[in-house]
Each structure stands twice: as C-alpha cells, then as structure tokens.
Design a protein around this ligand. Structure first.
Ligand code: DAH
Length: 339
C-alpha cells in the first residue's frame, strides 16, 4: 500500500495547471472529503501495528505534497489575475498609434537642401529677430532707401533697429561676416512681412537663400547652378533670367522656369504664358561685399532667393497658402508617404 501512496505523491508533485477548475478537481481528488487522503486515513486502523509508523509518514508526505501543490498553483493563478487587473490582457494585440507626417514645407525645404548639398553648398542659419544692419543696411539698403518699401516690415515695439527679418538675405550678411571665401551656402528660414493675408500671400512664409563667393565667378555660373536646381527639383530644363532690380545684386534678375502649357492648370498658374517665377537672383553688389569685410576687387559671386511655399504649392498643386499654417490633419495626412 505504501507503494501506491508513493505513486500518488509522484503524481501530486508532477501536477501542473494554470486553470482554476483543474486545480479544484485536483484538490478534491486528493484532499476532498471523499478524497484519496481520507481513504488512506480510513485504512490506517487496518494497518498492522509494526507498519503503522512508516504508513503514517508516507501518508503525511502525500498530504504535504498535495497541500503545497494546491497553495503553489493558487498563488501563481492569483498573481496572474492581479497583473491582468493592472495591465489588462497582456496577450491582446497592441493598439495602433497614429504616426505623424512631415510638414510639406519641411519636405520641400529638405529636398532643396539635398539638391544643393550635392554640389557643395552647406546650410547656414540666422536669427528671425534681426537688426537693421543685417536685414537692410549691409545689403545696400541704407536708411531712407526707397527700396525698403519693397518689403513691409514688422518692427519690434518702437525700436526701429529691431525687426522681424523680411528675407533670408540677412543670413548672407552674417555668413560673410564670419567666413572667408570661397563660400557656398544656402540658408533656409522663416521670414515675416506686414502684408494682408490671402490665398496668395501670408505675413509668415519661408525662403531659401543661396550665396556663392569666390574668384572669377560669372553670371553663367549662376545660370548653370539654377538650371541644375530646376532640373532636379521640377524635372524642367528650360529657365529664363528676366532683368529686374534688387539693391543687393547688380545685375539682378527674376528666375522663371518654363512650366509648359499642357493642362488647364498649366494655363491658370502661368496665366497663359507657360512661364512661372520662382525667385530672384543676381551678382552680389560690390557694396555688399565691402560691408561684410570681403574685398570686391579680389572676390565676386552670386546670390539667389526663393520662396518655399511657392515651390510647394507648384509641386503639390496647393491652391491656398493659408493651408500651410492651419495644420488641419486632413491636409497634413496627405503628405504621409513623402520623405
Ligand atoms: N531677398 C529677396 C526677396 O526677399 C530675394 C532675393 C533676390 C534674394 C535676389 C537674393 C537675390 O539673394 O540675389 O524678395
């Protein structure tokens, strides 16, 4: 009989479950009123006296094995239930969370930066709150110069020397003050103008400025650089430089790209001409070089400036500049697949 009990001990020790009902069945089988243990206890009186001691010990071992098994499994189940209470069902599938998208202005800015960086331009930045020198005077726009009216300026409080930069050309000045030629830099950034907000213009927008200073730089270098850019950016290989005026460049030009006249939209955005203006450019005025501590006899170069919103509107067919600043997710989500 002790062999039979030992078999039960082995069975109790090997038992395992994570299920409450199965554990209860085990408990009843071994420790219940009509369970195995009670059966053996009832047998006790029939055991010969000389075997009683040994019988008592094995039966006690069985009792211990069954009781400790029940306690151990019960604790495991309870602690699992506790964890469920705090964390929920740890095996359920994760909840998907919304992945953001880059803002179209950032996407276009990054593309422009990539294109110019492959031909050796680095990226430079300057402050949005500027002084008169960097935004105007050093760029050949002394006080009372009529061309200051080309850009309606936000002044900070009543101090006319502190203003929100009206263009990223201010970064040209800062870069030349701090770096010696040869210079090849582009400066992306936010600019501010005191203008009425409409579908076509906003008081906050973004520009990318380009500056190239070295020995013997020619207008042809400027044109080839811009041509390379428009090919890479728009896949268009026809540009036109239309004579214009900027105080900081001489000669100056407006950059037009030939967009084509294939669709109705082409007609609308080019006003039936096929040509689109994307920025201004020119050979840096010698006065600007002098103002920034660069000898205009030894060095010359070119500069250009482009509006990022305008380029983004062309690329994505966006009809209203205000959409860039409203941050409506229905608008922003459309750029999810872009870099
Ligand atoms: N700063 C000019 C503007 O905001 C754009 C510009 C034109 C920048 C010609 C240049 C340039 O560097 O050479 O309208």
């Amino acid at each position: 009989m002790t062999d039979k009990i030992k078999e039960y001990i082995a069975e109790a020790e090997a038992f395992t479950t994570a299920n409450k009902e199965e554990l209860e069945a085990f408990r009843i089988k071994f420790l219940g009123k009509k369970g195995i243990l009670n059966d053996f206890f009832a047998e006790f009186k029939n055991v010969p006296n000389d075997q009683k001691k040994e019988f008592g010990q094995v039966i006690n071992n069985l009792k211990k094995a069954a009781e400790s098994k029940v306690a151990q499994i019960q604790e495991a189940i309870e602690s699992k239930e506790e964890a469920k209470g705090v964390y929920g069902d740890l095996t359920r599938p994760g909840e998907p969370f919304a992945v953001g998208s880059r803002h179209p202005i950032s996407i276009v800015k990054n593309q422009i930066v990539d294109i110019f960086s492959t031909i050796g331009f680095n990226v430079s930045e300057g402050p949005e709150i500027e002084d008169d020198w960097h935004n105007f005077t050093a760029l050949n726009l002394p006080e009372y110069h009529p061309a200051r009216d080309m850009q309606d300026t936000f002044f900070i409080q009543t101090n006319p020397d502190v203003l929100l930069r009206t263009h990223t050309s201010s970064v040209q000045v800062r870069y030349m003050e701090e770096n010696k030629p040869p210079i090849r830099t582009i400066s992306p950034g936010r600019v501010f103008r005191n203008e009425a907000i409409s579908a076509r213009s906003h008081c906050i927008f973004h520009q990318i400025e380009g500056l190239y200073i070295d020995k013997d730089v020619s207008f042809a270098d400027l044109k080839q650089t811009l041509l390379y850019f428009t090919k890479e950016m728009f896949g268009k290989s026809k540009i036109r430089l239309r004579p214009s005026y900027f105080p900081f460049t001489e000669p100056s030009a407006e950059i037009d790209i030939y967009w084509g006249l294939k669709t109705e939209t082409d007609y609308r955005i080019t006003k039936g001409t096929g040509w689109l203006e994307i920025g201004g450019c020119g050979m840096v005025d010698p006065n600007v070089l002098t103002n920034c501590g660069i000898d205009p006899v030894k060095y010359n170069g070119f500069a250009f400036g482009m509006g990022v919103e305008r380029i983004a509107m062309l690329l994505y067919g966006i009809g209203d500049i205000r959409m860039f600043y409203e941050n409506d997710v229905r608008f922003l989500e459309q750029f999810k697949s872009s870099i």
